[in-house]
Design a protein around this ligand. Structure first.
Ligand code: S3P
Length: 167
C-alpha cells in the first residue's frame, strides 16, 4: 500500500526522531521534525517559546507547522509528544498517511530524557513529570494506525517492524 506520509507520534523519549531519520533514509523519503520546523518558523527555541510566550503560543505554532508540513508527500514526520492533543492535528495526521505510535515504558522514557534540558514540560523532576504526563495521555495515541513497542529494540529493529507493516 502506498502512503503519502508516515507520521510518528508518541510520548517524548520514545525515539521518534532516531526512528524517523532511519525510516526516512530506508525509504528514501524526506525526514521532517515538527519541533525543529516550529523552532525555525518562530525563530526561537521551544524552551524560549514556553518561557516567554507560554504553552498555548507553542501549541498554536505547532499546529501551524503540522498543517503546513503534512501538505507534502513522501516524508517521515516526527511530531512532538503533545501534538496529538489537538483534534484538528489528529485529523490532519490521519488524512495525510499512516500514523505510527511509538511506545515505551516509563523507565525507558525517563532514562532517555533524563539528561535533556530542552523539554520544558519536564522541568522540576523528570521522573514525576514523565509519569504524570504518561498517565494524562494514556489514551492520546490510541488513534494511530500502528502501535510499535520500542523497549529493548534497536532503531534498526523498529524500522524493520514498521517497514514490514507497509507491504
Ligand atoms: C512536548 C514534547 C516535545 C516538544 C515540547 C512538548 C510534549 O517533543 O514538542 O517540548 O508536550 O510532550 P518531543 O516529543 O519530541 O520531545
Amino acid at each position: 500500500m502506498e502512503y503519502r506520509n508516515i507520521v510518528l507520534v508518541g510520548m517524548m523519549g520514545t525515539g521518534k526522531s532516531s526512528v524517523g531519520q532511519a525510516l526516512a533514509s530506508r525509504l528514501n523519503w524526506v525526514y521532517e521534525d515538527t519541533d525543529a520546523a516550529t523552532e525555525r518558523a518562530q525563530g526561537m527555541s521551544i524552551t524560549r517559546m514556553f518561557a516567554e510566550l507560554g504553552e498555548p503560543f507553542f501549541r498554536k505554532a505547532e499546529s501551524e507547522t503540522i498543517e503546513r508540513t503534512l501538505q507534502g508527500r513522501h516524508q517521515v514526520v516526527a511530531t512532538g509528544g503533545g501534538a496529538v492533543l489537538a483534534e484538528q492535528n489528529r485529523i490532519l495526521m490521519q488524512r495525510s498517511g499512516l500514523v505510527v505510535a511509538l511506545k515505551a515504558s516509563a523507565e525507558t522514557i525517563i532514562e532517555r530524557v533524563r539528561s535533556d534540558q530542552s523539554r520544558p514540560l519536564l522541568q522540576g523532576g523528570v521522573e514525576e513529570r514523565v509519569r504524570h504526563i504518561m498517565e494524562s495521555r494514556k489514551h492520546a495515541y490510541d488513534f494511530a494506525d500502528l502501535h510499535v513497542e520500542t523497549d529493548g529494540k534497536s532503531v534498526g529493529q523498529i524500522v524493520d517492524e514498521i517497514c514490514s507493516r507497509l507491504e
